[in-house]
Write a protein that binds this ligand. Structure first.
Ligand code: XIL
Length: 370
């Protein structure tokens, strides 16, 4: 056998050590992601879709588990999916999500029991008030009691308010009258007694809608029914994040004795002509509305990073009032904002890009905690 010179061994050993050090560095920086950085401040969550719940992509799964300690189902617990027919429920994916959250010690927020959007078609067709009331009660009882003791919290009612703070003229208001919100919380508490119960909405940081939200909460409280928190969805727009209104709202909701959560955070970069997140609202498709289909300039990503940084500075200032900040998705490729309010756009609202790599905004948020 030919003698191998010493320096070859030395070089090989050097590279082995370098490679193993750098891979352990990658692992440790992954394990010390956002959830670790903000560990003593508030939970950091993400909305998960079915592919993510089923762990179809190992890289994406590793990213989720390294960054987040709270999860919300993006769609699978909404009535149209979990309760597709009068006497039929489909718990397949929700059950997987519960198992996933238990296995990985993630706080699971159920989303959502009562919402006028993504209702099953049969529910919209119910004419009789007593039948609609039965649907309403059966839905809450069946879904909430199935996950009692297995879920941390529920968005009991979602988006019940108009922009002016009055109650939205939804099918629930039409059929059940204004007390349906209190009733939903009462039923949820009974079905799932140890679960935190929240009201969730978009634009409820804006003064008029906030006033309506405060009134709604006070009404539930006055009825002696438990409500634990308010979620501010947080679908905001680059350069237009309403910092002042957000701070005023955190203070106002806290004053009511409630926990405050940011529940569906994203900062989108594409043009649109309205604020908020009404899923029924659409804009016509037009190439001028999709300017970054081939890639996004770094200057925009830097601006987004600054918006996120200022937002988290505000959240940290009020960390005694905020219990969770959840992003509406993990990476830009997954975001609902690629399909809403204009279909087929290329949007960039989250902290991770389409290759699952951290964006400048991610580094800013980690930097705040250095
Ligand atoms: C969105 C989902 O992300 C989409 O996949 C779905 O097509 C429509 O709903 N407010 C909410 C969320 O409370 O449930 C919505 O999620 C976004 C707006």
């Amino acid at each position: 056998m030919q003698k191998i010179p010493h320096f070859i061994f030395a070089t090989a050993a050097f590279w082995l050590i370098t490679i193993s050090c750098s891979s352990s560095k990658t692992n440790s920086s992954i394990n010390n992601g956002l959830k670790e950085a903000y560990h003593s401040d508030f939970l950091i969550g993400a909305a998960l879709n079915t592919g993510q719940i089923e762990e179809r992509n190992a890289q994406s799964n590793a990213l989720i588990l390294s960054q987040f300690n709270a999860v919300t189902p993006e769609n699978c617990m909404k009535a149209e999916h979990i309760h597709p027919a009068w006497d039929r429920y489909d718990f397949t994916i929700p059950d997987k999500l519960v198992a996933y959250s238990q296995k990985n010690k993630l706080k699971l927020n159920g989303h959502t029991l009562i919402w006028h959007s993504q209702l099953p078609a049969f529910a919209r067709r119910i004419q009789r008030v007593d039948s609609f009331k039965t649907f309403f009660e059966n839905h809450i009882n069946t879904v909430a009691s199935r996950y009692s003791g297995k879920i941390f919290s529920w968005d009991v009612v979602n988006e019940a308010l108009n922009e002016d703070g009055t109650l939205r003229n939804s099918i629930f208001l039409q059929k059940l009258g204004p007390d349906y919100i209190t009733e939903a919380f009462r039923l949820a508490e009974k079905a799932s007694p140890n679960t935190e119960l929240y009201y969730n909405d978009y634009n409820n940081e804006q003064p008029k809608k906030r006033a309506g939200c405060i009134e709604l909460v006070k009404k539930v409280q006055a009825a002696g029914v438990r409500i634990d928190g308010v979620g501010i969805q947080g679908h905001w727009h680059l350069g237009k994040v309403p910092f002042k209104e957000i701070e005023e709202s955190i203070l106002a909701y806290h004053e009511l004795g409630l926990k405050v959560m940011i529940t569906e955070l994203d900062i989108e970069v594409l043009p649109r002509n309205f604020q908020g997140a009404d899923v029924a609202q659409r804009m016509a498709s037009d190439p001028s509305l999709n300017p970054y289909a081939q890639g996004i300039p770094d200057s925009i990503l830097q601006q987004q990073a600054t918006d996120y940084e200022n937002l988290f500075k505000l959240f940290l200032k009020h960390k005694d009032k905020i219990t969770r900040v959840t992003f509406w998705g993990v990476d830009d490729g997954q975001s609902w904002l690629n399909g809403w309010p204009v279909p087929g756009r290329t949007n960039y609202p989250l902290l991770f890009d389409r290759q699952l790599q951290p964006k400048p905004a991610y580094h800013k948020l980690m930097g705040l905690k250095k």
